[in-house]
Design a protein around this ligand. Structure first.
Ligand SMILES: C[S@@+](CC[C@H](N)C(=O)[O-])C[C@H]1O[C@@H](n2cnc3c(N)ncnc32)[C@H](O)[C@@H]1O
Length: 216
């Protein structure tokens, strides 16, 4: 599916979020608060929007994604690897930090994937994960339902791939609720887990610090 939508992925993203996704991505990079030069993994990097902003913030970045099509459309110039989130081809504690944008709900074993992220991040390292959300406020929720469930699938069908953009609103249901997400991150080996709604709950930002001893 991601191979199919790769060529127009960025265009549809900008249109369906009115460009707000770039603002949310900047918040994601800012949430890392690591020193310049820190090495980041952009997990499920896709076309590399988060990598690009991380480079602007003077981080070093490696991107990994399962989709060859997404990697082919990635023009960031950072080193890229085709890899599954459940089995990352990196040694323990290889990275100072990790970002992941809009991919968690696609991971069939989310707990396993987050445990794998903890393995490749050094103790004291940071993660910042950007995901979709659904607004709680009634007025926002109504607009969101119309836009996300009715307009976005049509926009996606017109510009890209109908099936993929039908899946998008449905995929929100695969993301565990906030308390469960906190627990999964804690169980994976993270402390100080924070979850911040963005734009009234249109997206959400999860951040945490890696605890533990290298290799454990
Ligand atoms: C919605 S896109 C997000 C791309 C990019 N992170 C962004 O912020 O725009 C989801 C990405 O997750 C990748 N993905 C899905 N399952 C994966 C897995 N098991 N391992 C690694 N990447 C995966 C897809 O190939 C796709 O590039």
């Amino acid at each position: 599916m991601f191979d199919a939508i790769a060529p127009r992925y960025d265009l549809v993203n900008r249109l369906m979020t009115f460009g707000l996704d770039q603002w949310w991505r900047r918040s994601t990079i800012a949430a890392l608060a690591l020193p310049p030069g820190s090495l980041l993994l952009d997990l499920a990097c896709g076309t590399g929007d988060l990598s690009r902003l991380a480079l602007h913030s003077h981080y070093r970045v490696i991107g990994a994604d399962l989709s060859a099509g997404m990697l082919a459309a990635n023009r960031t110039g950072v080193p890229l690897l085709q890899a599954d989130c459940s089995q990352l081809p990196f040694p323990d504690s290889a990275f100072d930090g990790l970002v992941c944008g809009y991919a968690l709900r696609n991971f069939t074993d989310l707990a396993g994937a987050l445990a794998e992220t903890a393995r490749v991040i050094r103790p004291g390292g940071r993660i910042a994960l950007l995901e979709v959300d659904a607004p709680r406020a009634a007025f926002l929720r109504t607009g969101y339902d119309v836009w996300f469930k009715q307009v976005v699938p049509r926009l996606g069908a017109a510009l890209s791939d109908r099936e993929a953009y039908d899946y998008l609103p449905r995929s929100v249901a695969y993301l565990p609720p906030t308390p469960a997400l906190r627990q999964i991150l804690a169980d994976a080996g993270y402390s100080g887990v924070g979850i911040r709604p963005l734009a009234g709950g249109l997206s959400q930002l999860l951040f945490a610090t890696r605890i533990g001893i290298p290799g454990q």
